[in-house]
Write a new protein. Structure first.
Length: 278
């Protein structure tokens, strides 16, 4: 499943609902109808998120596991410890929590937008300044109305100003708000998918290294100039922190959203052999 494509489709549908509002006729029942339709869309996103996690994300985990297993067998390692618990459970729970949070944000943003649209509709019909309590957007609409009344503008002029303002709220891509930052729905899903797939592959490598009792891992090298990745790139680390020559892995990739870095098992013998040929 292409998670980003599913979210982009939902984004288009929600935008069409919000941008299709007729301010001159918009009322509370209209707002409830739109809210109900968005609830169904978000419920569908929750189902799609679960399916993507169970299928695609777990496939990525197993791909990382196979890759690490091949590397460990090349290093001459054999499994020494049984798996104590299934690490996939926590991975699945964490990713679902991330996507569920973004889906809840879509609902919250839609509710705020509809509230502002209701106020805008009332302002347009009254064509007079009112006192609002819905934050910056309502204040902006109130200011537009005040300016229109002062300038003797028609309701048509005011309507065009308000519609342009509301349209900007949607088209600027702020339907998801996480930690004070706004995202387009599709872009956010794409970022989560890329990042969580890399994270799952990293966890698979670490889990398998523990089972094979292999302590050393190497961070992949992409010749990056990224400030967050550069301190780790190409370095060798100890998973346990007990190795005498290499420091403990301070942080696991991905080091930031959309990060391409990963971990691969290595060993003292592999490092020595590589250095001998350099």
């Amino acid at each position: 499943m292409n998670l980003a494509a599913v979210y982009r489709s939902a984004e288009r549908e929600i935008k069409a609902l919000l941008l299709g509002i007729d301010l001159e006729k918009f009322n509370g029942q209209d707002a409830l109808n739109i809210q109900g339709r968005v609830l169904k869309i978000v419920a569908g996103l929750n189902v799609s998120a679960e399916r993507w996690i169970d299928d695609d994300l777990m496939k990525s985990y197993h791909a990382g596991e196979r890759r690490a297993k091949v590397a460990l067998e090349i290093l001459g390692r054999k499994p020494k410890k049984p798996a104590i618990s299934d690490p996939r459970v926590k991975i699945k729970e964490d990713v679902y929590a991330t996507l569920y949070r973004s889906n809840r944000s879509i609902l919250k943003t839609t509710e705020t937008y509809l509230s502002v649209a209701m106020l805008a509709a009332g302002e347009l019909r009254a064509a007079q300044v009112q006192e609002f309590d819905f934050g910056n957007e309502a204040a902006a609409i109130g200011a537009m109305s005040a300016e229109a009344v002062a300038a003797g503008s028609s309701r048509g002029v005011l309507k065009r100003l308000i519609l342009a303002h509301l349209r900007a709220l949607v088209t600027d891509g702020n339907l998801i708000e996480i930690n004070g930052r706004n995202y387009k729905i599709g872009k956010y899903a794409e970022m989560v998918a890329r990042t969580e797939i890399r994270k799952a592959q990293t966890e698979a490598t670490k889990d398998l290294c523990k089972r094979y009792d292999n302590d050393l891992v190497e961070v992949s090298d992409h010749s990056t100039d990224c400030d967050e990745c550069e301190p780790f790139e190409g370095n060798i680390y100890s998973l346990s922190g007990a190795h005498s020559s290499y420091p403990e892995l301070p942080e696991s990739p991905p080091f930031h959203p959309n990060c391409k870095h990963s971990l691969l098992p290595t060993s003292d013998e592999a490092v020595s052999a590589r250095e001998a040929y350099q």
